[in-house]
Write a protein that binds this ligand. Structure first.
Ligand code: NAP
Length: 484
């Protein structure tokens, strides 16, 4: 199968005939080839997005909203077939993709479609004159996605962009390109005009072209901190607006009065869901020393008993394959470093070859105990199923240690003391926080990072401000006074 770039409502052939291969992480077989967006495609993508913007931004907000809601209905109708695409591209379990990936993407489009007609300016009288403001779209926006939630990321970026009247050129990760094409087809079928959502394929070079392009008004990027810095530097060449959704090394703090069963559930969800490939994962689990023994006993038992690794398409599989052989080796390298630096394996730690998918990139769900703050596994984002458990004695100490990182994406606290819960979470230097919960991210809730984990927000009403610009209009009602 050959996948093409989606430009102006249709698939367009490239001129260079350059392609790249996409590999199923669970089999390491090539599933399809994809045409690279060459210079001819790039030129067409920009011209088309400019035309799309002109047309779409002239629609009333209510019209935009109605059309986007049709796209939501189509996404929900095709949930299962889209989920299968995500499983083949990412290696995540079907039981997750079918329940989460498309649903949460559709939720975001529905949320912003609902908000579109309420985008408004304000008006103020000034000494008999007055001014008013309009919230206007930015123009052609670029979206650049990571590979862990490909379709959801395409939805989370395009939903506010399109609701506000912008057009978007989206570049998915070259490892997971198909979901964005399917979203583009759905937008067209729902009635979104051609050119409003184009998809270009390729590696970082295509992303870099988008980030530098003078006719792109904004880049919304999801990926690693290092790549984010490059994208931001490129965007600075034409002073583009940026949204940066980057990596993390988030703390999950479990106090002595926590419901241990719930806290273990959170630690497992926050480390092993999507085989650990989630940006907000609570990979530094700080457990009060008085409950450490009970906590790790339950964690070991449930990890060894309840995780079912295997062919991600099997409905009972709840733990899939890592995105690529390269990433698998990187994760295994971190496990080796953990051992070399003196951490103790509680469970896991090995590459795996389950019977139902013997050639996939599997790594066992891994828990390290006896960790210290200076170990690489505790300091660096691994983006795989590797949990580090640390102990602490008191509140002040754990707050200081939890914050002692350049990342600031997420944080979680488990305690039944309501005052402590809020007191601690208010001191976390992180943009996405949970109390007695972990990982939930409804469309209504703005998400994004503090410190080096990001700039701007996705989802929530907040995000309307990131896809519009304010125009102030002063209206003179009095005779104009002039010294000339
Ligand atoms: P990545 O390597 O930074 O790549 C992200 C995207 O940027 C890909 O589409 C990539 O293209 C593209 N890219 C690479 N170099 C570029 C350049 N110079 N200019 C413009 N674009 C460029 O990240 P990843 O490995 O795909 O994803 C994992 C990372 O994403 C983790 O750090 C994770 O924490 C983070 N993440 C954050 C969030 C959040 O919401 N905060 C959500 C999900 C993931 P190719 O891959 O095709 O080369």
């Amino acid at each position: 199968m050959l996948i093409k770039n989606f430009i102006h409502g249709q698939y367009l052939d490239n001129h260079s005939a350059e392609t790249f291969k996409v590999i199923n992480p669970a089999t390491n077989q090539v599933v399809y080839e994809v045409e690279v967006a060459d210079t001819a495609i790039q030129k067409a993508a920009i011209e088309s997005a400019q035309q799309g913007f002109e047309k779409w931004s002239a629609f009333s907000a209510v019209e935009r909203s109605r059309i986007l809601l049709k796209a939501v209905a189509l996404l929900r109708e095709r949930n299962d077939e889209l989920a299968k695409i995500e499983v083949i591209d990412t290696g995540k379990p079907f039981q997750e993709a079918v329940a989460v990936d498309i649903v949460t993407g559709a939720d975001s489009i529905e949320f912003f479609a609902g908000l579109a007609p309420s985008i408004q300016g304000n008006q103020q009288d000034v000494d008999g004159d007055f001014y008013y403001t309009r919230r206007e779209p930015l123009g052609v926006c670029a979206g650049i996605g990571a590979w862990n939630y490909p379709l959801q990321i395409a939805c989370w970026k395009s939903a506010p962009a399109l609701a506000c009247g912008n057009s978007m050129i989206f570049k998915p990760s070259e490892e997971t390109p198909l979901g964005a094409n399917k979203l583009a087809e759905i937008y067209i079928e729902a009635g979104v005009p051609a050119g409003v959502f184009n998809v270009v394929h390729g590696d970082g070079k295509v992303g870099s072209w988008l980030s530098h392009h003078p006719d792109v008004a904004k880049v919304s990027f999801t990926g690693e901190v290092g790549t984010g810095k490059k994208v931001m530097a490129a965007a600075a060449t034409t002073l583009k607006d940026v949204t940066m959704e980057l990596g993390g090394k988030s703390p999950l703090i479990v106090f002595e009065d926590a419901d241990i069963e719930q806290a273990v559930s959170a630690a497992m969800l926050g480390n092993f869901y999507t085989q650990g490939e989630i940006c907000t994962n609570g990979t530094r689990v700080f457990v009060h020393s008085s409950i450490h023994h009970k906590f790790i006993e339950q964690l070991k038992e449930r990890t060894e008993k309840n995780i079912i690794m295997g062919d991600p398409m099997n409905e009972e599989t709840n733990f899939g394959a890592l995105i690529s052989k390269k990433h698998h080796d990187l994760v295994m390298g971190y496990i080796k470093k953990g051992l070399d630096q003196g951490a103790t394996l509680l469970t896991g730690g090995k590459a795996a070859s389950p019977q139902s998918a013997p050639h996939g990139n599997f790594v066992e769900p891994t828990v390290f105990i006896n960790c210290t703050d200076d170990m690489d596994i505790v300091k660096e984002e691994i983006f795989g199923p590797v949990m580090s458990v640390l102990t602490f004695e008191d509140e002040e100490e754990v707050i200081q240690r939890a914050n002692s990182t350049g990342f600031g994406l997420a944080a979680g606290v488990f305690t039944l003391n309501i005052q402590r819960a809020h007191r601690v979470i208010h001191q976390m230097q992180a943009g996405i926080c949970w109390i007695n919960a972990y990982g939930a991210s409804p469309a209504q809730m703005p998400v994004g990072g503090y410190k080096q984990s990001g700039i701007g927000r996705e989802n929530g009403m907040e995000t309307l401000n990131h896809y519009t610009q304010v125009k102030s209009i002063y209206v003179g009602m009095n005779p104009l006074e002039s010294p000339f």
